[in-house]
Write a new protein. Structure first.
Length: 143
């Protein structure tokens, strides 16, 4: 009987430990975590260097969704930490209204970062700007 109680106690302890650790999440801006702010901006052009309007610009690691203007430009608001990881994706969503283009992406970690504001010497590492120049290839109509 003592062994059964010990086994049940062990199983329940393990289960509670798993549930306890599984419910703990890491918050991005948890107290004491270093952070930086990023602004991503750029231009999307076709193979001949002409600006493309109506391209959707998204980030793998951020909920931001941007669209290119008539000059092919886009600009994000400040994004904390996540802007430098993952890919930035470009997709033609307006059909043939401004031409048809194949989707493409760029790895943000490989793009040049320019520091535009110094950090405070503590947790804030500063503000950075990432400038993206993306060229999309034409797609056959209707695809």
């Amino acid at each position: 009987m003592k062994r059964i109680n010990q086994a049940i106690h062990g199983i329940l302890s393990a289960l509670l430990a798993l549930l306890g650790f599984g419910s703990c999440g890491i918050v991005e801006d948890e107290y004491g975590s270093p952070y930086a702010e990023y602004q991503v901006k750029g231009q999307v052009t076709d193979e001949e260097g002409n600006p493309i309007e109506g391209i959707r610009v998204t980030f793998e690691t951020s909920p931001d969704t941007l669209y290119t203007d008539a000059n092919g430009h886009f600009e994000s608001k400040e994004i904390r930490n996540v802007a430098v990881y993952g890919k930035i994706k470009f997709k033609d969503i307006d059909g043939s209204a401004h031409g048809s283009f194949l989707p493409d992406s760029a790895d943000l970690a490989n793009l040049e970062q320019k520091q535009i504001e110094k950090g405070d010497g503590n947790w804030y590492e500063g503000k950075f700007e990432i400038n993206v120049q993306q060229q999309l290839k034409s797609s056959p109509e209707g695809k």
